[in-house]
Write a protein that binds this ligand. Structure first.
Ligand code: COA
Length: 138
């Protein structure tokens, strides 16, 4: 049975290792311990962990900017997917943002990510598609 609770600062290393397992180090080039701990203090209650038998098996981060809520970094340990843990995490992130009084919840997802099925089940609809550009500074 999965339990969802608020992130605690002592969770940081376990969460980082799950994030790396989900997104790979290059997909997370801007997330490290300092980021996670900073968000924890900046957005109290916005980071949630999923626990099974006392071990962290998933993570999500919800934050808001005024009336717009954002959900990001939803991930579940690869070997434990397909058992409803992602659903529980997403539900808890949405509930957190509802309590914060947001008017809309947004998230970014790549068009071929199977997580789209999960988001659609919760009623998310495509707002627009974007291209991300990059360049190294001169
Ligand atoms: C997205 C993710 C968090 C889902 O976690 P999960 O615990 O497997 O989710 P659930 O078991 O609650 O599955 C819920 C729904 O997700 C969809 N889904 C998730 N992963 C899927 C996959 N690999 N293939 C097909 N559908 C998938 C299905 O619609 C599923 O609903 P169903 O069981 O009724 O078919 C997990 O796959 C993950 O960590 N992915 C890598 C990280 C990632 O891409 N995160 C999203 C960034 S936007």
């Amino acid at each position: 049975m999965v339990e969802i609770r608020d992130f605690r600062s002592e969770d940081v290393d376990e969460v980082l290792s799950i994030l790396h397992a989900c997104f790979g180090p290059t997909g997370l080039e801007d997330v490290d311990r300092v980021n996670l701990l900073g968000w924890h203090y900046q957005f109290p209650g916005g980071m949630k962990v999923a626990l099974e038998k006392g071990r962290i098996v998933g993570f999500v981060f919800a934050f808001n900017s005024y009336r717009v809520g954002w959900i990001t970094l939803l991930c579940v340990k690869p070997e434990l997917r397909g058992r409803g843990i992602g659903t529980s995490l997403l539900r808890s992130a949405i509930e957190h943002l509802r309590e914060r009084g947001v008017e809309v919840i947004k998230l970014d997802v790549e068009p071929d990510n199977p997580a789209l099925g999960l988001y659609r089940k919760f009623g998310f609809e495509v707002e627009r598609t974007l291209l991300r550009l990059r360049k190294k500074p001169p």
